[in-house]
Design a protein around this ligand. Structure first.
Ligand SMILES: NC(=O)c1ccc[n+]([C@@H]2O[C@H](COP(=O)([O-])OP(=O)(O)OC[C@H]3O[C@@H](n4cnc5c(N)ncnc54)[C@H](OP(=O)(O)O)[C@@H]3O)[C@@H](O)[C@H]2O)c1
Length: 261
């Protein structure tokens, strides 16, 4: 039987690479993005790339207009999949609110909560809905796309950094509670990934990877997708685990300053 993966936030950047990896390996794919127009466009593009794979996109926003978590939309998505006899074997929680430019003395609590609502509470709803079905199916795999910022902070990202730390706690708690149902829960921790934001800050990217990663380079989406694939398909006896994919960024203490010659 063909397996199906559900990947959130898969219309751009890392999510696209994860769709491509699973589709190329013969999985059927369900993916989400926030805008129906973009989802439809990407669905068309994925179907053209992988004509033998069943690929369906759904517009799914984490939040209601008042900022509360849109639990109902998650329920509706899974009910729709049930009606269409689509069962999810692998859930990849890739979508995230990046919480950029969050200033400790300027941003109100509401901004902080917005990021936590998406990156933690909404993902909880997705895990709950998926795990309920995986339990009935006899097992499954949940993979969080987390971040090495769960361990080491970056400036003006307090909500994001907090959310990624919280996500790791949730990952371990889920791994413990769901292990008895043969549902494995793990996390990939990227460092810097080359996204479409890459070119917006050439000074940063010209200097930071070379000085702050032993490998002197950052990940591309496919590197993250390979790590997700490992947890989904190869790691039969692994749950509650973290796989850091950051060029060694986390283990390096001092920047490597080029010598003046
Ligand atoms: N980029 C990095 O350097 C980096 C480093 C470490 C970890 N990560 C992690 O890797 C994952 C992917 O990163 P990325 O940079 O590829 O992501 P990205 O370019 O910021 O894309 C994020 C995706 O999440 C979706 N999304 C954002 N807010 C949402 C919301 N409120 N409700 C539903 N969906 C929402 C977006 O939907 P739309 O398509 O509708 O915009 C988009 O598809 C994230 O979990 C991120 O935290 C990234």
């Amino acid at each position: 039987m063909r397996k199906t993966v559900l990947i959130t936030g898969a219309c751009v950047n890392t999510g696209v690479a994860i769709v491509q990896k699973f589709a190329a390996e013969g999985y059927d794919v369900v993916f989400t993005g926030r805008s129906q127009a973009t989802v439809s466009e990407m669905e068309k593009s994925y179907r053209a790339q992988y004509p033998d794979v069943h690929i369906r996109g759904y517009a799914l926003h984490s939040l209601n207009e008042d900022g509360s978590v849109n639990e109902q939309a998650v329920e509706e998505l899974f009910e729709k999949l049930d009606q269409d006899n689509i069962s999810i074997q692998v859930l990849v929680l890739n979508a995230a609110d990046q919480g950029l430019n969050m200033k400790i003395f300027e941003n109100p609590l509401q901004d902080f909560q917005r990021v936590l609502n998406t990156n933690v509470s909404w993902n909880f709803c997705l895990c709950q809905a998926a795990a309920l079905r995986m339990k009935e199916q006899g097992g499954g795999s949940i993979v969080f796309i987390n971040s090495n910022t769960a361990y080491r902070s970056i400036p003006d990202r307090i909500a994001y950094v907090t959310s990624k730390g919280a996500q790791l706690g949730m990952m371990r708690a889920l791994a413990l509670d769901l292990g008895k149902y043969n549902i494995r829960v793990n996390a990939v921790l990227p460092g810097m990934i080359k996204t479409n934001r890459w070119d917006q800050n050439p000074e940063f990217y010209a200097n930071v990877p070379s000085r702050f990663t032993p490998l002197g380079d950052v990940a591309v989406g496919a590197d993250i997708a390979d790590a997700v694939w490992y947890f989904a398909e190869s790691a039969r006896n692994t749950t509650g685990a973290e796989l850091v994919v950051d060029g060694g960024n986390t283990i390096q203490l001092y920047p490597q300053i080029p010598e003046n010659k």
